[in-house]
Design a protein around this ligand. Structure first.
Ligand SMILES: Cc1ncc(C[n+]2csc(CCOP(=O)(O)OP(=O)(O)O)c2C)c(N)n1
Ligand SMILES: [Mg+2]
Length: 356
């Protein structure tokens, strides 16, 4: 019977603190792989920080910040094969970049432009899911379908702590357990669902405890430790490919930025705690580790950051060069026989946009 393994109540960690906690090691990761992981994190961090600036400049719309979530995203994707599927929520909006998706595609999504929607088959990355948890059954269904076809593909659904209270999460997790679907339910427990703390979200001691009820292993990992996330995900992938079914991964972190650009967390969060978390953020932790083991140099750091920044500059230029979308697109596929009020709405939209 699957269970929360006794040692998994403790958070898994690999990266030490450079002082009293020693660094561990992950089998199979050589220097090149460690640098690749670092590059992935820098790409995501640069995307995130530039996006906040672009939002302030009015160049993208409301944006869900994922600062300090990079280790969870990069570490888990790195444990997948290219054929495996990724089902992101809005918090993982830029995860497709790790699969070669152009920066302008994701920026266009945040600009509300149709060119921000990609064909999922191009990257094995599903559309960004904004409704909380509804993509969990999608990911599990895809994983089960692949299993029925005799393929070895794994699907990962990313969602937050708040999503674990949703019906769709329950349905997906239950289905995954019963069907032994090769799925990974990856929960970014950043301890907040907008202004709701995790203590008000659930009476369970840990979110990983929920896995017991679905008959799957629940693993707890330090979400700020990219190597621990990688290792935990790799084990879940191996289990799934071996036919042993799904895994629930609870990656514990702390939301060190507002929920989104429209949010002011100072109204509900302890900003001192946020500051503490920011001091221990995941990219800096990994960079210090790489310095300790002699992998990172000033030149390499500069080169990787420079490339990521240039990609962002090129990406926003390309997104802004897209011709304006046809406002009729919003209405065209909604009804076979559109009600008259819709043409009034369209006329109003065109008037507002100034292209009557
Ligand atoms: C079905 C549904 N209900 C409510 C919302 C509004 N909403 C947007 S984000 C959010 C909080 C989600 O928190 P969590 O699952 O912890 O993810 P996080 O944002 O922290 O990554 C809510 C309630 C939504 N998008 N979808
Ligand atoms: Mg959350």
């Amino acid at each position: 019977m699957a269970q929360v393994l006794p040692d998994e109540r403790e958070l898994r960690r690999v990266i030490g603190d450079g002082d009293t906690i020693a660094d561990g090691e992950v089998e199979g990761l050589g220097e090149q792989e460690l640098v690749d992981l670092y590059r992935s994190m820098v790409v995501l961090r640069t995307y995130d920080e530039r996006s906040v600036v672009y939002h302030r400049q009015g160049r993208i719309g409301t944006y869900a910040i994922f600062w300090n979530h990079e280790a969870m995203q990069a570490g888990s994707v790195y444990a997948l094969d290219r054929d495996d599927w990724v089902f992101p929520s809005y918090r993982e909006s830029a995860i497709g970049l790790l699969r070669g998706m152009p920066v302008e595609t994701v920026l266009s999504w945040w600009r509300g432009h149709p060119s921000g929607w990609w064909n999922p088959l191009d990257y094995n990355v599903a559309s960004i899911c904004v409704p909380i948890g509804t993509h969990v059954p999608h990911a599990v269904g895809l994983a089960w379908g692949k299993k029925l076809r005799g393929e070895k593909t794994v699907a990962v659904a990313y969602f937050g702590d708040g999503a674990t209270s949703e019906g769709a999460f329950h349905e997906g997790a239950n289905f995954a357990g019963v069907m032994k679907a090769p799925a990974i339910l990856f929960c970014n427990n950043n301890q907040w669902a907008i202004s709701t703390p995790v203590s008000a979200q659930t009476a369970a001691e840990t979110l990983a405890d929920k896995a017991v009820g679905y008959g799957m292993p629940g693993v707890r990992v330090d979400g700020g430790d990219v190597l621990a996330v990688y290792e935990a995900t790799r084990e879940a992938v191996e289990r799934a490919r071996a036919g042993d079914g799904p895994t629930f991964i609870e990656a514990l972190s702390y939301r060190a930025a507002p929920h989104a650009t429209a949010d002011d967390p100072s109204a509900y969060i302890d900003m001192e705690r946020v500051e503490e978390e920011r001091q221990n953020e995941c990219l800096g932790r990994y960079a210090r580790y790489l310095w300790r083991i002699g992998v990172l140099t000033d030149e390499l750091e500069e080169q990787i950051r420079g490339e990521a920044l240039q990609a962002m500059k090129d990406g926003i230029a390309a997104a802004e060069a897209e011709p304006s979308a046809d406002p009729e697109l919003v209405f065209r596929h909604a009804y076979v026989n559109p009600p008259p009020s819709l043409s009034e709405d369209l006329a109003e939209l065109k008037r507002v946009l100034g292209n009557e």
